[in-house]
Ligand binder design. Sequence first.
Ligand code: SME
Length: 150
Amino acid sequence: MNDVHAAVESRVRDALARETNPTRALESAVGLLRAGVPHYDWVGVYLLDGNELVLGPFAGRSSPHTRIPLGRGICGAAACEQATIVVDDVTTDTRYLACSPDTRSEIVVPIMRDGTVLGEIDVDSDQRAAFGPRDQVLLEEIARLLAEKL
Ligand code: SME
């Protein structure tokens, strides 16, 4: 990770270490990620509720997708596959559910505990192919930290 990613990971780790309330833990992580990495234009958390992903805390433009059925969108695909999905160009991915016309790329990282999906972190960028290995490592670590708080 470069300095930006390392600094954000450290800030989130510090904030979560003293947070016992699950909603506030999610709000802190979302806010610190959005503020700390310039190409993170929208950051949100979806939580699994039955067969739907329900939008929780987010930072950025409001999204029309407040409930996403499993299997729909990039979000639903990542939950079903229990794996991170990176889309370099959302205009070429037929699964993509548009949140903003300005979004160009997206990364979705499942939040898992004991092999079960609890939710996921979704990050959109207005830059094409904005997300690389450093973003994936950072967000997968934050997802692990959040799983301990849910
Ligand atoms: N793009 C997501 C939907 C959520 S919005 O980006 C906030 C998807 O395709 O699942």
